[in-house]
Design a protein around this ligand. Sequence first.
Ligand code: NCD
Length: 473
Amino acid sequence: MNGMDGVASGLSGRSFASVDDFSNRELACVLAAAGDAADHRERYTDTCRGLIMASLFFEPSTRTRLSFETAMLRLGGQLVSAVDVGATSLAKGETLADMARVVGGYADLVVMRHPWDGAARVVAEYAGVPVINAGDGGHEHPTQTLCDLFTLQRERGALQGLRIALWGDLKYGRTVHSLAWALARFGATIVFRPGAGLAAPDYVLSKLASDYGGELVRGDVLSQSEGEGILPVDAVYVTPRSPHQLAMLPHISAQVELDRGLDALYVTRVQKERMQTPPGTKPAGYPVVDHKLLRTKGFEKSIVLHPLPRVDELSLDMDSDPRSLYFKQAHRGVPVRMALISLLMGRAPQLPQPPEWPQDDWQPVKHQPYLHDTGVKCPNERCVANQPSEQRYLTQRFSVVRGTPLRLRCRYCDHEVVAVAVATAEAYDEPASRRKYHPATSRWATDIREENLLVFASAQAAEAQGFRAAAGA
Ligand code: NCD
C-alpha cells in the first residue's frame, strides 16, 4: 500500500462531469498518475485491454478528442465514436437520457462534448458507466483543467498558493470556469483580466465567493493604474491563507498579491461560436499577450498557458520564448487522460511512490437540494434543463446556497436565481388565505427549516402561487 490506493480505488467507476466532483486529494491522485504515465508510459500499456470508450464529440475538437482517443489506444483499449449530432439519433429528437442508456450499454466509458451547459451531468446520470465531460457548452471543461494543473505543478513545482491571471474571454470560456474553481481550492490568487464585455459570469464568481473559503475583490476597489501592467483588472480572488492577509482588508491583500507579480498567465481566445452576434474580427479592448506585455512589471516570471486553439490574442512572437508552455500543455493531454481513464476504469497501476498530498483536502461543499417546485426556472437558456427535448423527463433542479443573498443554484449548469421572497412549506397546511411570504432578506428567511424553504424569484411569483405579503413585508 502506498497511501494512494484508497484514493485511487475510490475513483473507480466514478464520472467526472465537473472539476468539483473530485476532492483535492482525488485531483492530486490523478495528477500523480499522470506524472507516472508521462515518465513511464510502458507501465500503462494494456491496462485497459478489452475495454471500449465511446467518444462523442458534438462540437468541433482537435486536442481534446484526439488526446482522449490516443490515451485510450495507448492503454490498449478500443473506441467507438460519433462526431456530429446530425449523424446520430439526437437529430431525430432522441433525448440525451435515451442516448446515454444505449451508449452506456455498448461502451465501458463515455467521453462527451456537447453544446448544452450541464449535458454531461445528465448523461452521467443515465449511462450506467463512467462519463467524462469533455466540454459542456460554455460551462465547464474539467479535463482541460487537469492538463492545466498538471503543467502548473510540473513547471512551478507545486500547486499551492499560485498567483495566476485568467485572460481574455472569461464569459464564454469554459476552460477558465473549471480552472478558476480548481485553483481556488489550492489556495491560489486569481486575477481576472477579461476582454471588454467578456467578464467572468456572476455564477462563476458567486461560486468562488461561497464555496472555496477566499475573498473576491472587485476591480473597482483596486487602484486603477491605467494602461501598462497587470491592472486594470476586473476582479481578484484571494485565498485567506497567507499570514500577511490575516490583519488586512481583502482589497489591500489583493493589491499586495498583485505587487508580487504573477506565476502564470492563462490566455484564451474569443469564443465567437457562443455569441449571439459574433464580432467579425477580434473585439475592441481584447487584451493581447505579446513580448512587450511580458516585459512589463509583474509579468517577468510568468509562464504562458493557453488551452488552444489560439487566434490572434497570443502573438506568434511568444512561441520562441521559454516561458511559453502551451504546446507542452497540449501534449500533456495524453498522459493526463491516460491517468484519468485508467483510474475511472479501476485499472491504474500502483504508483512507485505516494504523491505529495495537498495541505487541505477540500471536499465538495454539500448544499442542500431544493425540495419544492415553486416555479423557479434556471435563467440560463443554454442549460440542458431548458431544452424542449429534455424537458420531457428532466425537472428543474437546484441547490440552496445560504448566504447573502440567499439563492438557488442550478444543479446542471451552476447558474443562480436570487431569492426575492420566501415562505415555509408548512403554509400549505394552512387555509389559503393565511399563506404568507416574506422578503428573502428578512431575518425570518434564516429561521425557515431547510426542508420547508420555499423560494420565489419575485413577489409576483409568490402571489401567483397563492401567497400574500406578510405584514410589514
Ligand atoms: C478549449 C475548448 O474547447 O473549450 N479547447 C480545448 O479543449 N483545448 C478552448 C477553446 O476552444 O478556445
